[in-house]
Design a protein around this ligand. Structure first.
Ligand code: SGN
Ligand code: CA
Length: 545
């Protein structure tokens, strides 16, 4: 492997010639230097994707990617928060190495080595459309158009390469796709390309496209098994502000709003008006036609003096007013989120159709993933951040270029730091030694796997490392780091007077309800996991230990 550094850019071997048409298939051998279409959504979780779990929604286009290609069953992030996750993805390094540890104080150092820059150096044309969230100006892209900060769902602003802003009409998921397809229409005919399509959906507050407002309204979603969690044995989990019951805002999140006069004052109603205030008069009429009758009904039924008890009290009062209200909020949350996912699915379908119609599917890797997973009522929560399964995981499905014959499920543990080395490997570019992820190509080759690939699969990692930093902050999730192996998870919550450990047996306790740390009978396992965690921290050179 090569030593790293910017010098690398000048010492690259001559780029192998891209096929004349730029679209030639490689026969039995994997296609050389295929294009890359990387679609990353925001907060889209595997529970809301039918190829992962069909309890909740239908996502035929996302499923198409999995059906024709591969679906990773153990796909994780290194830090379950937007900016940090994106920084891990484009650098192939953990947060302490790329420097962007949290959304609140981070500014990504765009002068550092990144995968898009290395792809450019390897002869790829690169583009980024949509949510960026790394504060500094994007580097490493021949073309970019980004949303400011979190961006808006309705009639959003975009920032352009010359620093100008435009106000685009319509729904953000559609606009991002339109911009991506326009770029594809005008891309260079001479070079392979890598386009990064970064959606805002399905980030809070889950605002649906106006055409989709009535979808999923007749559906009653099942409650997750551990919806009424009492957080016993898990101190950090009991201290958060991400409970659907007490922390999800009636106006801002569930959209129960009639008018400033008729709607009781809640802490975020101004922010809500900011979001829907972006709609034109006619659009607002369509929006209100749907939400205002629901809101009137809500306030008639529940009054305006509702006060949420903490979840622990609600669970002991099944059938009580609070428990009913909690379930009502859960249904509204699920319905709106499902609508937002629907638009996402349709728009991903448009990208797939484009690639198919232009005969590009054979020489393009299509990746669909998210910046992290999300809680859909598991543990009574929304949001993410924790190293528990739902937010540590992120969906990952891929449509493979010709010659990569692996199909179906891939069970090896993979992480978002692996995308950078994978794309570089695919581009035939050297993988710098300081990249901490590993190339996933050996897992994708199927019959074309070499002896070396088979060896890599045999020696695949037995554990992943995770580190979350954003505290004190919104939702109040404590700082923590830990490791996950095939079967166990060890987590250390630290900082600000907290110093607690958690240990879970994922086989016997998949919902992570029973912290086994310090329990008799687990001494040897605990020692082993501590040791493995320390070796991972040394391997990744994390000073926090
Ligand atoms: C916003 C949201 C939070 C969310 C963070 C981080 N609040 O601050 O609920 O956890 O983003 O999300 S909101 O009132 O502004 O919607 S991230 O995906 O960008 O990391
Ligand atoms: Ca996110």
């Amino acid at each position: 492997m090569l030593r790293t550094g910017s010098l690398l850019l000048f010492s690259l071997p001559a780029v192998p010639l891209f096929s004349q048409s730029g679209r030639q298939a490689g026969g039995e051998c994997p296609v050389v230097r295929p294009n890359i279409v990387y679609i990353m959504t925001d907060d889209h979780t595997a529970q809301m994707m039918s190829c992962y779990d069909n309890r909740f929604v239908e996502t035929p286009n996302l499923d198409r990617i999995a059906q024709d290609g591969v679906r990773f069953t153990r796909s994780f992030v290194a830090n379950s928060l937007s900016g940090p996750s994106r920084a891990c993805m484009i650098t192939g390094k953990h947060s302490h190495k790329n420097g962007f540890t949290n959304n609140e104080h981070g500014i990504f150092d765009g002068s550092q080595q990144t995968m898009p820059k290395l792809l450019q150096a390897a002869g790829y044309e690169t583009a980024l459309i949509g949510k960026w969230h790394l504060v500094s100006t994007p580097t490493g892209f021949d073309h970019w158009e980004i949303l400011p900060g979190q961006g808006d769902y309705y009639n959003p602003y975009f920032i352009h390469m010359d620093g100008s802003r435009s106000l685009d009409s319509g729904y953000v998921t559609r606009i991002i796709t339109d911009k991506a397809l326009t770029w594809l229409d005008h891309r260079s005919a001479e070079k392979p390309f890598a386009i990064f399509i970064h959606h805002k959906a399905c980030h809070r507050a889950w605002l649906p496209a106006l055409d989709d407002l009535r979808l999923y309204e007749d559906r009653t979603f099942p409650l997750p098994a551990e919806f009424h969690d009492n957080y016993v044995t898990r101190a950090a989990a009991s201290q958060t502000e991400m409970e659907i019951g007490k922390d999800m805002d009636i106006v801002y999140d569930t959209k129960m709003f009639v008018s400033p006069e008729e709607t009781p004052r809640t802490r975020l109603s101004g922010a809500y008006q900011g979001m829907i205030g972006r709609l034109s008069k006619e659009e607002r009429r369509r929006y209100d036609d749907f939400y205002v009758p629901l809101s009137r009904q809500f306030y008639q039924q529940w009054g305006t003096d509702y006060n949420f008890l903490p979840l622990q009290s609600q669970s002991s009062q099944e059938g009580s007013r609070d428990a009913q209200l909690l379930e009502w909020k859960y249904q509204r949350y699920m319905r709106d989120y499902a609508k937002v996912v629907h638009a996402l699915d349709v728009e991903v379908g448009r990208v797939l159709d484009y690639l198919e119609q232009h005969g590009m599917l054979d020489n393009t890797l299509v990746v669909y993933t998210s910046d992290q997973g999300f809680y859909m009522g598991e543990h009574g929560w929304f949001d993410k951040r924790f190293m528990y399964e739902e937010s540590l995981s992120t969906p990952l499905v891929m449509h493979l270029p010709k010659g990569y014959e692996r199909r179906g499920e891939i069970d090896e543990m993979v992480q978002n730091i692996d995308y950078a080395p994978t794309f570089l490997d695919l581009a035939g570019a050297p993988i710098p030694a300081d990249i901490q992820g590993v190339s996933l190509l050996p897992l994708l080759k199927g019959k074309a796997a070499t002896k070396q690939d088979k060896q890599a699969i045999k020696n695949w990692r037995d554990a992943i490392y995770y580190h979350y930093y954003e505290y004190p902050a919104e939702h109040k999730v404590r700082r923590h780091y830990g490791l996950r192996t095939e079967r166990y998870k060890l987590i250390h919550f630290y900082g600000h007077d907290v110093n607690t450990w958690e240990l879970f047996d994922l086989k016997n306790d998949p919902h992570e309800m029973h912290n086994l740390y310090g329990q008799p009978g687990y001494e040897a396992l605990q020692r082993q996991l501590h040791h493995r965690l320390e070796t991972l921290q040394i391997q990744y050179d994390d000073p926090q230990r």
